[in-house]
Design a protein around this ligand. Sequence first.
Ligand code: SF4
Ligand code: SF4
Length: 343
Amino acid sequence: MEKIRLGRTNLFVTKLGWGGIPIQRVSEPEAVSVIKAVVEMGMNLLDTARGYTNSEHRIGLALQEVNKPVILSSKSPVKTEKIFDEVRVSLKQMEVKKIPIYHLHAVSHFQDYEKVMGAGGAYEGLKRARDEGLIDYIGITSHNLSVLERALEEGYFDVIMACYSFLEPEAAQKVFPLAKAKDVGVITMKPFSGGVIEEAGPALKFVLATPDLVPIPGSETLEKAKENWEIFMKGGSLTRKDKERIETLRKEWDQQFCRRCDYCQPCSEKISIQHILGLQTVVKRFGPVAQELDWFQSLVEKARNCSECGDCLQRCPYQLPIPDLIKKNLAWYDNLKTLNKKN
Ligand code: SF4
Ligand code: SF4
């Protein structure tokens, strides 16, 4: 089973890790059995976050019942040194004394980056957690590759987490070589582009073929976890058929897939464009519970105010037809609500 060294952490992790978003949407016993199974299969990197509702807790429950060493990775979006308290909550939820890797979660803009790195910022909170032996290594996650580039240049982080898939391959040019040069570990999220890609084979083979990184596809069913594991264990490069499928999907999604870079901001109506364009993915990944969350409802309601001013269009480097895509996503959501009411 292939393992890689996660940069200067010197941790050796299986080249396929596991992400803890999807287990929020199944029952607790189901979630626990999936987590136990992935550990028994051999995956030794489990990633979760304070923001993934019950995910940490469920990992904690599963770990009581397995006897294999795992490397835990969690994260919090808190931008101040109060993140220290979040680390304590994560420890409690997972019932462990230490979390090897703890990230600053979703540092999306330079403004956020400056806040977390400044006096009283979250980086100081994580340094304190490290000094007190609650965590070993500090990481940073972002959908914005420019933020990750800066983080790598400045050298404060042991691990970075970036989006990487065949629909979103830019990190391979923009950040992976720099991470290697700086001996920083790379964990990659969203190998299926947040649920947009449905075929596991081409998607996983694509990311697994890139050296020195660990993708962390999530799985909420045993079937899905096994499928991913089998693709990994079987190895092998992309077949001609895989490549053709990748090309087809790239063409299909080229003008629709939001890379969540936020270059289109600011929006005068304060619409969170990347989230509204990813509405279907949010519902798919978080399950029906997403619709009951205040932030989700507010996201949808704000999007209804799009004035079609077009300012965002000029800023999107991928030329996405943003106002049209907003309308399309809102129509999809309204239809879903109607269907839910009927059922
Ligand atoms: S077109 Fe809509 S989403 Fe884009 S900037 Fe204008 S109001 Fe915001
Ligand atoms: S709409 Fe375009 S600019 Fe905005 S987040 Fe998506 S890809 Fe980036």
